[in-house]
Design a binder for this molecule. Sequence first.
Ligand code: PEP
Ligand code: MN
Length: 319
Amino acid sequence: MDAAFNGASRFRVVIACEPVTRMAATMDPKWNGQFSCFDLVAKTDAGSRTVVRVRDLEIGGGEFVVMAGPCAVESEAQILQTAEAVAGAGARILRGGAYKPRSSPYAFQGLGVEGLKLLRKAREQTGLAIVTEVISEEDVEVIAEYADIMQVGTRSMENYSLLKALGDCGRPVLLKRGMTATIEELMRSAQVLADAGNPDIILCERGIRTFETATRNTLDIAAVPVLKTVSHLPVIVDPSHAAGVRSLLPALARAATVVGSDGLLVEVHPCPEQALSDGNQSLSFREFRRMMLDLQPYLDLLQRTQHARDQLLAARGVD
Ligand code: PEP
Ligand code: MN
């Protein structure tokens, strides 16, 4: 238990709930008015959903895709061991920052190109695709040479010159929500990217800043069904940066599955206590394996209920 939670009372709530499905919320007229101006990324009645293709993977195509790895690439042994461990537990994409935007200017800033080379080596060894962050326009070209997905972090969501530089980078973009950004502002940034020529965008809810201090940020779980309703883009959840506390990750990951997230971005480290960044919110290999096993019944249930719902609607002639 994290020290911040000591003294909390424990109780159990049992609620009868409707069968869970991935059915999106219905479009509210308010949202229509609010988001339809972002015409390249907003959902229209006629349009289909965007499926982002990354190597042999489809994000937003029905499979729940887990991206996992350390906050930062620290050494060859660290990234290669992590890649093997997360691949063995069912992750499909390896995350790891080579260029780190840190809150403190004196904190570890990442290994730069050396980090990118290590990520490439990890891909060669495991077949995992690579997602890594880009913080500056000048680095777009070199990062696109090594990465399969370009991550735009919370601090860069409104860096429009970076977004424009990613327009023709030839790689999909994982666009994280700014820590104080509204859903409308996230949609606006996605529109800037799409307008710059890049339609392959994955939106990421990673927690927003609120008055709450028990967690690092507040996971805005409602943002997932809102985004899935107002946009045709895939949406994933980062429970690590939302929670800031590793023991919360399994619960937040479960929540992400049932609200219709297309996947997760999770921090995992061989020895979280010694991580150079974000150790407190990183899972050990064992904890990550457990979290993945814990998620499986929820994913199975979703698939079964989705299938049953589709059959029922078809039998009754309902669209
Ligand atoms: C990260 O993914 O390590 C990261 C820095 O995330 P965020 O931009 O959401 O803080
Ligand atoms: Mn991090």
